[in-house]
Design a protein around this ligand. Structure first.
Ligand code: HXC
Length: 495
């Protein structure tokens, strides 16, 4: 086979086959369906030569473990998807479901092959169907390494992890020309669906890489951290090494509770060195989600990020957290939650866009999940967000609190204004009166004591013991079997 490497290189992209070679362990790729060709007549397609019908499919290994892969070849009719091309992709996903291994899709395509009409659409339909069947059973990874336009975007949209690459990814339902025609907006492809947009604003992408090489290395790291199929007990290896914190944990918190700090320092101090792999790093930065290991145990991390918007939960943070919790639950990855949250985001814009609907997803996802769930309340846990962030009430196995934890319906200022607005007005010295009330509110509520007395917190722990206690709790729960069973088809998550 003579691949047209040059045509791709001129566009600053690797060829479909080079991409497979860059991603898989050397010499492991086995191609299937290499003799497939287009199946239609009309609009000149009968003269077109379409080796492997424009998509290379097969299987191989990553880090010594099997994976299925497809890679669209833009040099063949723009990587467009015709009947055989679609059938090959759907077929490889189905094969991976049966072989129980991850499937990786490298997308570089002009979308539905115009000359093949409804057969192209049928191909997409089959792919979406198998993407959905595979969901929660095998990991599905999409790499957007060129255009991905029209309904084609919904296959990556259905998968677990979407990679975008600076300068070459373009992903949109309708391109600039259609947008101009319909809404009269003038936009570039980059503005509509470039790597920056999908990693920062839309939340469609989970990882943004600077170039293709970085992308394939990153996928290899990701695959080393996730189970390769539902029931894969890779995640259950652990040991008792290096449980002491190397760092005084309270040094990572500012003295005053209204000062901000970077939760990532705490995450990195708790996890095995260098193991944290953040997901959706640039999207909804007020929440942090990612994968890592804790003394060898694979864990999913969910945390608030006081460094951005004080760690408040808004619509985007809700979607980000809920989706990740469900991912971890589906693949039985234990969840470690680190809480420092002042509440759900107030305001007209959030209410009218549906913070109720989106915030509910977090409650639903945590309540529904049956994986080991351990929560550490670092500082604030206020109001509905206290409940939402993996509280005992939503089925956490263990909730620990640092002595710095503050568990309350709301912060002192707001609470006193509501409770004593009349008395403040009538007081001889309103400021003094208010200060005294705030002081006693803080003494009563802004600590973990009442919650611990009532059993809502299992233990108030020395921050420097956190890594050890997390490990011991997870080791206990590693073979957790939920006894919760209700006969029903499925719940109705507020989507
Ligand atoms: C058939 C296609 C094609 C398509 C590109 N080609 N897209 N052939 N069907 N959808 C062919 C071109 O004719 C050209 O052939 C070659 O691929 C390379 O394309 P270029 O346009 O020269 O490349 P470039 O300038 O890089 O532009 C890339 C592009 C553009 C932006 C992707 O090709 C484009 O706009 N394509 C159409 C995108 C689109 O609207 N697709 C349909 C979306 S709707 P030659 O012979 O000249 O090399 C859809 C519905 C799916 O996908 C629904 C699922 C539910």
């Amino acid at each position: 086979m003579r691949y047209n490497y040059e045509k791709q290189h001129r566009k600053g992209k690797l060829h479909a086959m080079e991409r497979i070679q860059a991603l898989l362990d050397e010499g492991t790729f086995v191609e299937i369906g290499s003799l497939a060709s287009h199946a239609r007549e009309g609009f000149g397609i009968e003269q077109a030569v379409t080796p492997y019908d424009g998509v290379i499919t097969g299987f191989g290994e990553v880090n010594g473990r099997k994976v299925g892969i497809y890679s669209q070849d833009f040099t063949i009719l723009g990587g467009s998807l015709g009947k055989q091309h679609g059938a090959k992709i759907a077929g490889i996903i189905r094969l991976c479901i049966e072989a129980r291994c991850p499937v990786i899709g490298i997308n570089d395509s002009g979308g539905a092959r115009i000359q093949e009409g409804v057969h192209s659409l049928a191909g997409y339909g089959d792919i979406f169907y198998y993407n959905t069947l595979a969901s929660g059973y095998i990991p599905q990874i999409s790499i957007i390494a060129g255009p991905c336009a029209g309904g084609a975007v919904y296959s990556p949209g259905l998968t677990d992890f979407v990679y975008v690459i600076d300068g070459i990814s373009n992903m949109f339902v309708t391109g600039p020309k259609v947008v101009k025609g319909v809404t009269n907006e003038v936009v570039t492809t980059e503005q509509l669906g470039g790597a920056a947009v999908h990693s920062t604003d839309s939340g469609v992408a989970h990882f943004r890489c600077r170039d293709e090489k970085e992308t394939y290395n990153h996928v290899r790291k990701l695959l080393s951290l996730v189970p390769h199929y539902y029931g894969d007990n890779q995640a259950k290896k652990y040991d008792y090494r290096a449980l002491e914190n190397e760092q005084k944990m309270l040094d990572l918190l500012p003295e005053k509770s209204n000062r901000t700090y970077d939760m990532k320092n705490i995450i990195n101090a708790l996890l095995d060195k260098g193991s944290f792999l953040e997901i959706q790093e640039q999207f909804a930065k007020n929440a942090i989600v990612g994968l890592g290991t804790l003394s060898g145990i694979n864990v999913g991390i969910v945390a608030n990020q006081p460094y951005h918007m004080a760690g408040v939960i808004d619509i985007d943070a809700s979607d980000k957290i809920a989706r990740f919790v469900r991912y971890c639950d589906a693949f039985e990855i234990p969840l470690v939650t680190l809480t420092d949250v002042p509440g759900f985001m107030p305001g007209l814009q959030q209410e009218t866009r549906g913070i109720i609907r989106h915030g509910s997803k977090v409650l639903y996802a945590y309540s529904e999940s049956t994986v080991p769930k351990v929560n550490v309340i670092i500082r604030k846990a206020y109001g509905g967000a206290y409940i939402a962030m993996c509280s005992k009430h939503l089925g956490a196995d263990f909730v620990y609190a640092w002595p710095t934890a503050e568990i309350a319906v709301m912060g002192a200022e707001g609470a006193i204004d509501i409770l004593y607005h009349r008395e403040i007005k009538a007081a001889a010295d309103p400021e003094k009166f208010k200060e005294e009330k705030i002081k006693s509110y803080n003494e009563m509520f802004l600590n973990p004591n009442i919650a611990a007395e009532c059993g809502y917190i299992d233990e108030v722990i020395d921050p420097d013991d956190t890594r050890k206690i997390l490990f011991q709790s997870l080791a206990l729960l590693i073979h957790k079997k939920s006894t919760r069973r209700l006969q029903k088809k499925h719940g109705n998550i507020p989507l």
